[in-house]
Design a protein around this ligand. Structure first.
Ligand code: NAD
Length: 510
């Protein structure tokens, strides 16, 4: 029997009143494993108002106590994270090791936020003017909304909520309706860690829930991650409602391989970054830009490696490896509709004349026949006019574009409307340094194909990959989830008080 996946409010599950439910499917079997409740506007208002009630008490809880709760959450999370990985694999489809990887990167942000005492320190200037001191302070916003995509059901929310909570805010998280259970697991863990009820809440749902968060005057900020059209919509609507917004959108990440690169290293990287998590990563490499004279060799090496990948049910991977079989490398796509869309784009690439080096539609997967399978696909001789280049495919499809020079490669990267991540593979330090300066992209890898920044730096792209100007976590995250104040004060002994009488002139600098 499919389970009901609820909201979470006031430290407990909440079924809501809408009566609306959506199926949640195990992508490796095609079987409906749960039904997630979809919030009505009234449900959303209820959850937001409970967060609003909890926010002032949490904002005035001492930093010492907030730090203890953060450390408590970190310890529980670390001890039990395998449970979360199993939940992610069952609803998303990614293999267990990849689910553990996502969790580990999310945990980094919790660890960063454990240093909240340091992160929230203001500055102080004694005697800025004679007898006048100045200090700055940062305060919590109140209720903050987080809206997340399907592809990282734990890590993406964790880019935001550890910092938001440590800074004294109350959170309403709206997860993807495709894999909503991870959020509930995280919510229960917060309660166990001693977070007061109402500080971390989960609002399940679709556009109705999102719009309620965007419009509610009780919600101060929106952190969104998802596709570009929805990111732009969220940015515009929430900004109009007076909120601060960071809306991270889609991507088309290019990996540039220069003529002097180590081709084996580059081929390993292209396979890992192109096909890991079935290409359903915002930092996946979907375009490989190869300098002409190395392209033939490089494509051969990539194809040889891609042919060895085992596609199958990520949930059974560990059992199979226990029995001596090679572990599954890549799971299914998230839904049947998404699998069919990607297969349709592969057909369009073939029709447009790109050379099909490897066709994922012919995959033989280790798993149930009804799973949403698609194998790794490689296209060579792709042009920028083809739909497989202009669309974000978000599947295991690698497009190779050949160029004559470094300048042509950089021009190609910069002409793309997205600017999330990119990588250069080279043994020439000067070329790498030049690339770093020349590309208009937010996150850059040098011989690193998926350059996701560590938690104490900030994550975010340029151009149509980010609406708003604040990236996630790191110092930018702390600033996003707090508001600054500057206090100018004069405390002087009454006997020293100047007796100058009224003075309407502009204050003097002395
Ligand atoms: P999506 O845009 O379909 O959904 C994201 C969120 O928006 C979900 O919570 C969903 O319920 C909600 N939503 C969907 N349609 C909506 C609508 N019409 N109105 C209001 N809300 C709506 O994205 P997805 O398919 O879940 O995730 C994949 C996308 O996310 C890809 O484009 C990927 O590149 C992007 N992504 C980007 C980053 C990044 O860091 N830039 C990270 C992860 C994923």
């Amino acid at each position: 029997m499919p389970t009901t996946i609820t909201h979470w409010v006031d430290g407990a599950p909440f079924e809501g009143t809408s009566g609306q439910l959506a199926d949640v499917t195990n992508p490796a079997t095609g079987v409906v494993s749960g039904r997630v409740v979809l919030a009505s506007e009234r449900d959303a208002q209820h959850v937001i108002s409970r967060a609003s009630a909890a926010a002032p008490g949490w904002a005035t809880t001492s930093i010492a106590r907030r730090t203890q709760v953060m450390f408590g959450f970190r310890e529980l999370f670390n001890a039990r994270k395998d449970e979360l990985a199993v939940i992610i694999t069952a609803e998303h489809g990614k293999v267990h090791s990849d689910a553990v990887g996502e969790i580990t990167r999310g945990l980094e942000v919790v660890e960063f936020a454990c240093g909240v005492g340091h992160l929230l320190k203001g500055s102080y200037s004694d005697n800025a003017s004679t007898g006048v001191d100045v200090h700055s302070r940062r305060e919590a916003l109140g209720v903050v909304g987080i809206i997340s995509p399907f592809n990282f059901p734990a890590m993406v929310p964790m880019w935001f909520f550890p910092v938001a909570i440590a800074a004294g805010n109350a959170v309403v998280l709206k997860p993807s309706e495709k894999d909503p259970s991870a959020a509930l697991w995280l919510a229960a863990l917060w309660t166990e860690a001693g977070l007061p009820d109402g500080v971390f809440n989960v609002l399940q749902g679709d556009k109705v829930a999102v719009d309620a968060l965007l419009d509610s005057p009780e919600v101060s900020s929106i952190s969104f991650v998802g596709s570009t059209p929805i990111a732009q919509y969220v940015y515009e609507r929430a900004s109009r409602a007076g909120k601060r917004v960071q809306a991270l959108g889609g991507a088309k990440n290019h990996m540039v391989v220069l003529g002097d690169a180590d081709l084996d290293l580059a081929a390993d990287a292209a396979v890992n970054a192109g096909f890991g998590s079935a290409g359903e990563r915002c930092m996946a490499i979907s375009v490989l830009v190869a300098i002409d004279h190395v392209a033939d060799d490089l494509v051969d090496k990539i194809a040889q490696r891609a042919r060895t990948l085992v596609i199958g049910d990520g949930g059974t991977a560990r059992t199979d490896s226990d029995a001596g079989e090679k572990e599954v490398d890549m799971g299914p796509l998230v839904t049947r509709a998404h699998r069919d869309r990607v297969a349709g784009l592969i057909a369009s690439g073939e029709e447009a004349g790109a050379k099909v080096v490897l066709d994922g539609r012919e995959v033989r997967a280790r798993g149930e026949a009804d799973g949403f399978w698609l194998g790794p696909t490689i296209f060579d001789h792709v042009s920028t006019a083809m739909e497989i280049y202009t669309e974000e495919i978000f599947g295991p499809v690698l497009c190779v574009i050949r160029v004559a020079s470094y300048a042509e490669a950089v021009a190609l990267v910069n002409a793309n409307p997205y600017g999330n991540g990119t990588a250069v593979f080279t043994n020439d330090g000067g070329a790498a340094k030049r690339f770093e300066t020349d590309v208009q992209v937010g996150m850059i890898g040098v011989n690193v194909p998926v350059p996701v920044p560590v938690a104490y730096y900030s994550f975010g792209g340029w151009k149509r990959s980010l609406f708003g100007d604040t990236h996630a976590h790191g110092v930018e995250g702390v600033h996003f989830f707090t508001r600054g104040k500057v206090v100018t004060s004069r405390w002087i002994d009454p006997s020293d008080r100047p007796q100058g009488g009224l003075e309407l002139g502009f204050p003097r600098n002395d």
